[in-house]
Design a protein around this ligand. Structure first.
Ligand code: ATP
Ligand code: MG
Length: 363
């Protein structure tokens, strides 16, 4: 799948801008604060229906405007063209049209466009809080199997309701609270267990790819398997229903859910040592890159064509050695590389565009 054309209206600092893209590597060059990451954010919104920066929709609408529109034409491998129009509103009621037909649910767009974004933040994937690795895994899940977006949202919704009830209880487990908690616990146990199962399945599929990517990026011998990746929350062995009932008194006292998929982590290790606390900064960064690269490759093999690869300012954060290794090991496809300065020679851009103050100039 290739993104051929992109048009932005009132998106971030773009009043109205458009860009024609092709297969191959496009360099997106511009000074700080001109709109490079905003462009990346718009492209990845089409793939995930959210900002990869983790901000609410409202932040993506240009200050002073009511709605933002992202319009894109994409071409599939078989030559089929699809027109996508996404309208972002301040109320959060976003609308998506595909070939001028309104989608019943915006999330039906998931899977039509796929992107892999590398940003400097990603380099902290290994050392950051567990939520970052959880999100990484869930994003990978949804990118590969879009239907799991509904599962992730359902778990989130049930947890929100359960936590609201726990807060409302004021620390006392009255019979009324207990009856309502039974309902939420059952829902959380069902959907949470499903989420745990698919997370485990995803991790199993990813591990050999991460292993391979790490060996390539760190230029180790092919037969080495230094990376460990474990997803084994205690609640999965004991059963979530049982854990929830055991923690009930504690949860009521604290006013929050202390056990469940929302507290999961992926334990990463290099040569048997926990990566978060023992790996060097260089090893942590290489592992972070390997994790993203692994998802990109897994999707490429499972889907049969690579997602659009976007490297947002990430090359400037890497030493020449690692950035060359990263560029060498990507499956070919459409690639966008943003940079505030000159790109490393190894990037070999086929085209360049320049961004200044929310205007795009194609060379
Ligand atoms: N909702 C919005 N409305 C108007 N302008 C916005 C909005 N959100 C962000 N901006 C502006 O967009 C600019 C940032 O753009 P962006 O993050 O794309 O920069 P960049 O080119 O990636 O810069 P850097 O090289 O520093 O990463 C800022 O000047 C910011 O004020
Ligand atoms: Mg930027």
């Amino acid at each position: 799948m290739i993104i051929q054309h992109l048009e932005l209206t009132d998106f971030r600092n773009y009043v109205s801008a458009q860009i024609t893209l092709t297969d191959g590597v496009t360099a997106v060059i511009g000074d700080n604060g001109q709109g490079k990451t905003n462009l990346v954010e718009a492209l990845s919104y089409l793939a995930t229906l959210k900002s990869f920066r983790g901000v609410p929709t409202e932040a993506m609408i240009r200050t002073g405007a009511d709605t933002a529109v992202i319009r894109a034409t994409i071409t599939h491998v078989d030559g089929r063209e699809v027109l996508i129009e996404a309208e972002l509103t301040r109320t959060g009621r976003n609308k998506v049209l595909v070939n001028k037909q309104k989608l019943a649910k915006s999330r039906d767009l998931l899977g039509v466009v796929r992107t892999t974004v590398f940003s400097p933040q990603d380099l902290n994937l290994v050392q950051d809080a567990p939520s970052v690795r959880r999100n990484f895994l869930d994003d990978a899940l949804v990118a590969l199997w879009p239907k799991h977006d509904a599962l992730c949202s359902e778990v989130e919704r049930v947890l929100k309701q359960r936590n609201a009830l726990l807060k409302q209880s004021g620390g006392r487990l009255s019979p009324d609270i207990a009856t309502t908690l039974d309902v939420w616990d059952e829902k959380l146990a069902t959907h949470g267990t499903q989420l745990g199962d698919v997370r485990a399945q995803m991790l199993e599929m990813l591990l050999p790819q991460v292993q391979e990517a790490y060996v390539e990026l760190a230029e180790l011998n092919e037969d080495q398997t230094p990376v460990g990746m474990v997803y084994a929350p205690e609640w999965r062995t004991q059963g979530l229903a049982r854990c929830l009932s055991e923690c009930r008194n504690d949860d009521v006292r604290r006013g929050s859910s202390t056990v469940g998929p929302h507290r999961d982590d992926i334990e990463l290790s290099i040569n048997g040592l926990p990566a978060r606390t023992h790996a060097s900064q260089g090893e942590q960064r290489t592992l972070a890159l390997a994790l993203r690269l692994a998802v990109h490759r897994l999707i490429t093999t499972e889907i049969g064509s690579p997602p659009v690869l976007i490297l947002d300012d990430v090359l400037s954060e890497l030493d020449p050695h690692r950035s060359a290794a990263l560029l060498r090991h990507f499956p070919l496809g459409q690639v966008l590389i943003t940079s505030a300065g000159v790109l490393p020679k190894t990037a070999h851009p086929d085209f360049s565009v320049h961004i200044a103050g929310g205007t795009i100039r194609e060379d």
